[in-house]
Every structure is written in C-alpha cells, then in structure tokens.
Design a protein. Structure first.
Ligand SMILES: NC(=O)c1ccc[n+]([C@@H]2O[C@H](COP(=O)([O-])OP(=O)(O)OC[C@H]3O[C@@H](n4cnc5c(N)ncnc54)[C@H](OP(=O)(O)O)[C@@H]3O)[C@@H](O)[C@H]2O)c1
Length: 352
C-alpha cells in the first residue's frame, strides 16, 4: 500500500521524538516510534541512551490498552532491529504481538539488520510501508549512515573567524598567551552543545600547544567526547590539559605508545599522519563522529582530503588585520544565521 499524508505526519512525530536522544545514544541510531489507532496516537517512545530499550519497545509499553496493538499502526523512522544485541530483536517482538501495519522511514545501514527486520515482520503477515520521509530519516541519522556505509566517522569541521578572515592573531608577534575571543558567549554555549552531540573532538598539535584547551563539555549538559590529537613530532607534554585523564584521549604518535589511564597512544609511521589514516583508526575504535575544532592546518587537511560532511563557521565583528588565515570552503553555505553580532554559516559536503 502507498503511504498517506497522515503517515508523514506520524513519521514527523517519530523524527521529533528520535532527536531527543542526540548525544546520548552514542554509537546507536536516533529512533522514535509512535503507535496509532483510529487516527489517534495511543503510545510513543524514543531510544534514550546507548544500551537502553529501543524506541519501539518503549512505545509499545506505553500503550494503556494493549488489546489495541493488534489493530494499530506502528511508525518508526528506522527499520526495526533483527539481531540479538543488548536487547532482543524489535522486529520479532512486533511480529509476535501481531501489529498489523508497520510504517518505516528508512532501512537500516547496519549489515546485521539491513532488510532483515522488514523480512521478519512481513513473515508474520503484517503490511509494511517503507520510505516515508526517507530523506529526513536518513538525514537525522547521518552520522550512523556515514559510519556504516562509508566506513569512517561522520566529520564536522568548525572554526570562528574575524570579519577580515583570521582565526587568531600571530601569537608570537602579539605576545598574548591565550587566544583572543572572536565570538560571543552564546556562540560558545552552542559549541559546547555541539561537542556534547559527537563521539570525539579533534584539534591540531599547534592549537593544543598554543591554547591548552580542555576539549570537553562545560557550558552545556552532556557527555565529554573522546579527545583526539596528532603528535607526529612528540611535541605534546604531560602538563597540558588534554593529558589530565578527565576524559578519554587518543594521541596519534610516531614513537611513544604506552597507553595508560584514559589515554591511548596510536602509533603510526610518520608518512601515515594523514586524515584517511586518522579516520580509519577512529572507525576501528567504533567512533561514529568527530568534531574538528581547528586549527587552520588540520582543518585544511580535512578539506583537501574531501573527508568531511558538515562545516560550521562563526564570524565575529572584530578585525585582526593580520594573523592565522581562516580555512576556506569552495562552495556556498546551505544556511546562514545572524545572532547577537555573530554570524553562522553551515556548509554540507556533496549530497549529505
Ligand atoms: N578561531 C578558531 O576557531 C580557532 C580554533 C582552533 C585554533 N585556532 C588557532 O589556530 C592556531 C593554530 O592553528 P595552526 O593551523 O597553526 O595549527 P593546527 O592546525 O592546530 O596544528 C597543525 C599541526 O598539527 C600537526 N598535524 C599532524 N598531522 C596533521 C595533518 N594531517 N594535517 C595538519 N596538521 C597535522 C602538525 O604538527 P607537526 O608539525 O608537529 O606534525 C601541524 O603543524 C592557533 O593560533 C589557535 O589559537 C583558532
């Protein structure tokens, strides 16, 4: 059967619910589910956190009169799972309960699930409609799809630049020990929110040496991302804040490889200090996404490699006249915002 306009309305609600899990479901996808009987929502739920019950389970449990399940439609933005992971397969549960109609946003990309969940549900005789708000459903789980389909983390680049296109003054010339702020406090809060939504955060060796950043989440509630820093020439030292063991930290190194506490050294030959290799190593460690916060050289390496998905550029209203030149993206932003004297441009790479 073809989807109806009402199907899109209920799928929209699934997406809205799913979004609540952003930053909390970690390696798992964002999933929301609603149960509808007689054009009325009788139950709903979303995947709250990694390891917790799936959206469909929560939605089914929330229905006050379970006898209605056999006459209802279940909506879910991602194909119900088919494998025994931390919880039994949702597709089997849906089949066993006998829910007669299932509407799905998009198929799963995880090879353990893809297509199998739908097959299980159909084997019980239920009607299955797929592809309702498919583009929106895939976009919501873009980190998850990139990870499984491209076998690398989803990459977000972010920097703040002055009106005249610099990301910092020349620190050795201006004699300042810390970086000059380019944006306002609202922008900084937003950056911390973004940090809380990604699995890892990466900065270049010189940014870590010059700015001594904590690379954690302070201005927003949430989980600290894994810190990732390249150190090809062994320039990083123990007293830096990223070495404080307060959150997991990965250092790409050529020599030292003794990992301890929350710090992991990944040894790479000097000629392999490049973006594809970094991403391959992060992928192997199940790191779904990386938020790259500068500096210019590291971000330019990502841009040159083509291995990035989204870019956020803040612009402040100061001018530095000279300094560290901001990276540049050779395309038009897909969105532009102005707020409290700062601007924000968002770029997408190719067909995101
Ligand atoms: N406004 C902002 O949003 C913002 C954000 C962050 C930083 N910053 C500023 O940016 C400045 C630092 O930026 P930067 O461009 O000089 O340095 P950077 O990008 O922070 O670090 C560059 C260094 O990282 C190492 N590296 C290892 N592998 C690399 C690879 N594949 N690609 C690129 N680098 C790699 C290299 O060190 P080795 O030579 O040792 O291999 C390279 O010289 C600071 O002034 C900082 O305050 C501004």
């Amino acid at each position: 059967m073809t989807p109806s306009a009402r199907d899109e309305v209920y799928m929209q609600r699934c997406l809205e619910l799913a979004r609540k899990g952003l930053g909390l479901t970690r390696q798992n996808p964002l999933v929301g589910s609603v149960l509808v009987y007689n054009d009325r929502i009788i139950g709903e739920g979303y995947h709250h956190e990694y390891g917790g019950p799936h959206a469909e389970v929560i939605a089914i449990r929330s229905v006050a009169d379970p006898s209605l399940l056999k006459k209802s439609t279940l909506y879910v933005n991602l194909e119900p799972c088919a494998h025994y992971g931390k919880t039994p397969p949702c597709s089997l549960m849906i089949k066993d309960i006998g829910i007669p109609r299932i509407v799905i946003g998009c198929e799963d990309a995880n090879p353990e699930v893809s297509g199998k969940g739908i097959t299980i549900i159909k084997s019980g005789g239920a009607e299955v409609v797929t592809g309702v708000l498919e583009r929106e459903s895939r976009f919501l789980n873009r980190r998850f799809f990139t990870f499984h389909e491209k076998k690398r983390p989803f990459v977000i680049l972010k920097w703040a630049e002055t009106l005249d296109g610099f990301i910092d003054r020349n620190r050795d010339e201006c004699g300042e020990a810390s970086p000059s702020w380019i944006t306002n406090h609202t922008a900084r809060m937003l950056v911390h929110k973004w940090r809380s939504e990604e699995i890892s955060i990466m900065a270049g060796t010189d940014t870590v040496l010059l700015d001594n950043p904590e690379l954690n989440v302070r201005e927003w509630p949430g989980i600290n991302p894994v810190r990732v820093v390249p150190d090809k020439n062994g320039r990083l030292f123990e007293e830096l804040k990223i070495m404080d063991d307060s959150s997991p930290t990965i250092i790409f190194a050529t020599g030292k490889t003794i990992s301890s506490g929350k710090r992991e050294y990944i040894r790479l030959p000097a000629e392999n200090f490049d973006i594809p290799v970094f991403l391959e190593e992060l992928y192997k460690r199940n790191i779904l996404s990386v938020f790259v916060e500068g500096g210019a050289k590291l971000i330019e390496s990502f841009i040159i490699s083509g291995l990035w998905d989204e870019t956020y550029v803040f612009s402040g209203n100061k001018k530095f006249i000279s300094g560290v030149k901001a990276p540049a993206i050779n395309s038009e932003p897909i969105e532009k915002f102005e707020f409290r004297g700062s601007g924000l441009r968002i770029y997408h790479n190719r067909d995101l």
